[in-house]
Design a protein around this ligand. Structure first.
Ligand code: HEC
Ligand code: HEC
Ligand code: HEC
Length: 446
């Protein structure tokens, strides 16, 4: 008790000093947008990831604890960030790109260079407070701002299982961050402004399934890390929670009950199918969400997926957008391109083909206010995340070499404003900008 008190007095003094220093640093922190810089999608599943997550755990005195720990680690999708291309699962070294540099994930396996020596309390402090076993502040590229709600018992189970994961001597390369962001105490300031460790109080007005869904979505699932817009300091903007966020040139769509841009017109089963199979009647999961589905939600129990859906279904709808009507000339040009280039898969009328090619008519993904993912998929193509139940990865071809910026803009505008769809028109400048960001070739000149 008194040790804790002393520690908290000490850290309060540190905090005051840090806040003063921090005011100077704040300007440079201004665009430190952590989650807009989630790692680039793994091109191929590193060998062994699914084996580690699914192979039977033999019966024994600890089997129950280990099975629960692995399940919870799966729900947290720890493996996506903590595995580098070509590396053993959980041995870290994956670089998370941020606008200021790269942050590497540490080795979480049971080897000596992983978390073998960590105590349950140290591990809980990392999850709950964002502080490592040496007392250093971790960067919020590690989603402790969400994992903070994970219970002590669940955190212990995750650690117990991680200690059984075979590892190697991999250590994370040094982060590549400029001064002063390379100084971890800077995070003391960031935390003071954006974070306080907390749990999740039960809502007794809601059923147990809703409360379970809230725990998974707010905590281990860290869905808001991608799906919530960010403040200028890179924290989740809680006043617009789950209304859509931008990361790594993708747009993670609105998950609220909005009928046009959110999940308001999705059935309960539509949500469950999407999370379980990576595709359903309404949409397919590509990019960062493909990874979430392949390594995390597709391996979760039906009861937990139902709980997640039940919770999402109660999110207050975002405000309806107002969009100026598209220019007739763009709609005419876009319609012609759509017939030529898109109807082979998405069909006339944009109705798609259930569980293969997503419908574009009535699609929330197509009608997001921010068209980033729509433009990106047309330019770069996309791949639906494979799952054990639906193992073939469906793909959408890249049109970057075929359509110029104006043509991509026109077909996107057309898809966003046909068949009852309604969303702001897309400009050639927006397409040119994303084409540059993605380093894609310009269309061949006739
Ligand atoms: C979005 C990517 C991401 C996800 C998901 C993620 N981590 Fe991490 N984690 C990181 C990064 C990056 C760091 C390093 C942060 C730093 O250097 O400050 C880290 C650091 C850690 C650390 C500190 C380790 C050390 O040696 O200092 C622990 C413990 C940890 N993560 C556990 C987990 C667990 C358990 C899960 C799943 C429940 C998880 N992480 C999911 C990115 C992630
Ligand atoms: C790493 C970032 C990331 C995380 C974490 C994440 N998502 Fe996503 N999510 C995305 C992106 C990006 C898309 C858009 C994918 C696409 O366009 O194919 C998406 C799409 C979706 C969609 C489809 C929406 C639509 O209108 O088509 C649903 C539903 C969804 N996510 C639910 C979740 C849930 C539930 C969680 C937490 C368990 C979660 N996501 C966690 C990035 C993320
Ligand atoms: C060869 C088949 C094929 C063609 C041709 C094709 N697509 Fe797709 N499209 C797909 C597949 C498969 C997906 C799902 C990929 C993913 O997001 O997981 C998809 C996804 C999309 C999405 C995202 C929908 C969602 O729910 O996430 C949009 C928008 C889209 N396509 C637009 C177009 C446009 C516009 C064209 C024409 C320029 C086009 N597509 C041509 C196969 C195709």
């Amino acid at each position: 008790m008194s040790a804790t008190a002393a520690r908290s007095t000490g850290s309060r003094i540190l905090l005051v000093i840090a806040i003063i220093v921090g005011l100077i640093l704040l300007v440079s922190l201004g665009s430190w947008l952590w989650y807009r810089s989630h790692p680039a999608t793994l091109v191929e599943a590193p060998p062994g990831v699914l084996a580690v997550l699914t192979r039977p755990i033999p019966d024994g005195p600890e089997a129950g604890l280990l099975r629960r720990g692995r399940y919870l680690a799966t729900a947290g999708d720890c493996v996506s960030c903590h595995t580098r291309a070509g590396g053993l699962p959980f041995t870290g070294g994956r670089g998370l790109r941020t606008p200021f540099g790269v942050i590497y994930s540490p080795n979480l396996s049971g080897s000596a260079d992983g978390i073998a020596s960590w105590t349950p309390d140290q591990f809980f402090r990392a999850m709950h407070d964002g502080i490592d076993n040496d007392g250093n502040h971790l960067y919020p590229a590690f989603p402790y701002t969400h994992f903070t709600v994970v219970s002590r018992a669940d955190s212990y189970a995750i650690l117990a299982w991680l200690k059984t994961v075979p590892g190697d001597a991999s250590t994370a390369p040094a982060n590549r961050l400029p001064f002063p962001l390379d100084l971890r105490p800077v995070m003391l300031v960031w935390n003071a402004l954006n974070f306080s460790p907390h749990g999740l109080a039960a809502n007794h007005a809601q059923p147990a399934s809703w409360n379970r869904g809230a725990y998974l979505v707010e905590g281990l699932g860290h869905c808001g890390a991608c799906h919530s817009p960010k403040t200028t300091l890179g924290a989740d903007d809680s006043s617009h929670a789950y209304q859509g966020g931008k990361l790594d040139n993708w747009l993670a769509p609105d998950l609220t009950g909005n009928k046009r841009t959110g999940l308001g017109s999705w059935s309960h089963q539509d949500i469950v199918d999407y999370l379980k199979y990576g595709r359903g009647a309404r949409s397919n999961a590509a990019g960062p969400m493909a990874e979430v589905v392949t390594y995390s939600t597709s391996l979760m129990s039906d009861a937990d997926l139902a709980a997640i859906a039940i919770y999402l279904e109660t999110l207050t709808p975002s405000a309806d957008m107002t969009a100026s009507p598209p220019a007739a000339v763009a709609m005419r040009a876009g319609g012609a391109i759509f017939s030529d280039a898109c109807t082979a898969c998405h069909r006339e009328g944009g109705v798609g083909s259930a569980r293969l090619f997503p419908p574009l008519a009535g699609s929330a993904a197509v009608q997001q206010v921010d068209p980033t993912s729509v433009i990106r998929l047309i330019l770069a193509g996309g791949r639906t995340g494979p799952t054990l139940a639906r193992p073939s990865a469906l793909s959408m071809p890249s049109f970057a070499w075929k359509l110029d910026d104006q043509q991509v803009a026109d077909v996107a505008t057309y898809a966003r404003n046909s068949w009852g769809n309604h969303a702001p028109p897309v400009s050639a400048d927006q397409v040119a900008d994303l084409r540059r960001q993605l380093g894609l070739l310009t269309a061949m000149r006739r």
